[in-house]
Design a binder for this molecule. Sequence first.
Ligand SMILES: NC(=O)c1ccc[n+]([C@@H]2O[C@H](COP(=O)([O-])OP(=O)(O)OC[C@H]3O[C@@H](n4cnc5c(N)ncnc54)[C@H](O)[C@@H]3O)[C@@H](O)[C@H]2O)c1
Ligand SMILES: [Zn+2]
Length: 381
Amino acid sequence: MQTTRLTLELIRTVDESYPIIIGNDLAKETVELASHPDLVDRRVAIITDSNVVKLYGAQLEEAFASVERETNTFVFPAGEASKTRAMKEQLENQLIDAGYGRDSLIIALGGGVVTDLAGFVAATYTRGLPYISLSTTLVGAADASVGGKTAIDVPQATNLIGAFHQPKAVLIDLDRWVTLTDDQIRDGLGETIKQACIADANFFDALEDAFVTRGLSVAEFVRDDEIAELTARRNCLIKRDFVMSDVHEGNRRMCLNLGHTIGRALEAAMGYTMTHGACVAVGMNLQARWSVEFGYMTPEEQERLERLLLAAGMPTEIPAGVSVEQIMAAMTHDKKAKGGAIRFVFQKGIGDVMTFDNGLYARPIEQSDIVDFLRRQKERP
Ligand SMILES: NC(=O)c1ccc[n+]([C@@H]2O[C@H](COP(=O)([O-])OP(=O)(O)OC[C@H]3O[C@@H](n4cnc5c(N)ncnc54)[C@H](O)[C@@H]3O)[C@@H](O)[C@H]2O)c1
Ligand SMILES: [Zn+2]
């Protein structure tokens, strides 16, 4: 028998552009975006968590009701523990029971857990539904809401199962930040300071002015209209530019991982008892010290970073009780790099990152050298 070969030619060019809107009290704006001709005939499903629904659920429902658009709100228990296959299935079953079909629109109302989970539901429900993210946390503004990465966790790893599914719009509602706890704000500040370090010296200056010069507390920071707006805008611009240049996480998007190689390992070594943002702060500060050793940053630049982190109430050292061995075990587990070198992104001064051979934004470092560096950090007076 002759073998037959056919080619199904599918070279897709898709326009997945979407607006990012930063402002105050954006429930009405969300409804307007959902009234776009492509979305206006769709049944609206609001997906949110048990905390956010109490604070802002009614407001969003009323905004839709005011234009006589029916909504149903689907609520899951707040927290990372809900980012599971089981919770995704539960939400899908609820959508099925409520008769939601291909003509639906999902509104993700909440922080990163909501946008990741609801976004992933949207990615696969009837093979893909449009969704709009109405982000309510600083982590959302700094990182989670822009970029189209959606996912759930499994016991073996966080964010292991997911999809790239871009939202139709992202809204960053600054009014929502005032109900965040100090720790939740700091969680977002870790990523915020990182963005400034990799891409925006002026933004770094503004953060330094707020925390170091003016001595704002984190609660005052989110209530200061000017710096809050600037923070959301610069964060989104920086993330947008990295995503636009490298949507699927090749080389350039790697810069966003500054401080994360140590930060993520520390997070895992501590059994996720310290927030991601706080762990990234430690990772960034340590890597800045390393940058000084390699000649990529001046000692003064590293000191500015450390001063800013401390002024914002962020940790800057490996906490007592966490050993170098625990960090290394987590780092090599994460990287599946038993024995081999591990890649690190390094700051170049403030507001830029180093490029290495072949234009790569990360430099491999032998594990023995990492251990040596971390030991020296632990032994600091
Ligand atoms: N997709 C991405 O690119 C990306 C990037 C970074 C982080 N993430 C994910 O984001 C998640 C962390 O984000 P997060 O910190 O926003 O998590 P979250 O959604 O769990 O929010 C943190 C807590 O704050 C509560 N909350 C939310 N908004 C509030 C408000 N306005 N006032 C008071 N409380 C409020 C939530 O109920 C929750 O208890 C992680 O799961 C992480 O993996 C995703
Ligand atoms: Zn991060």
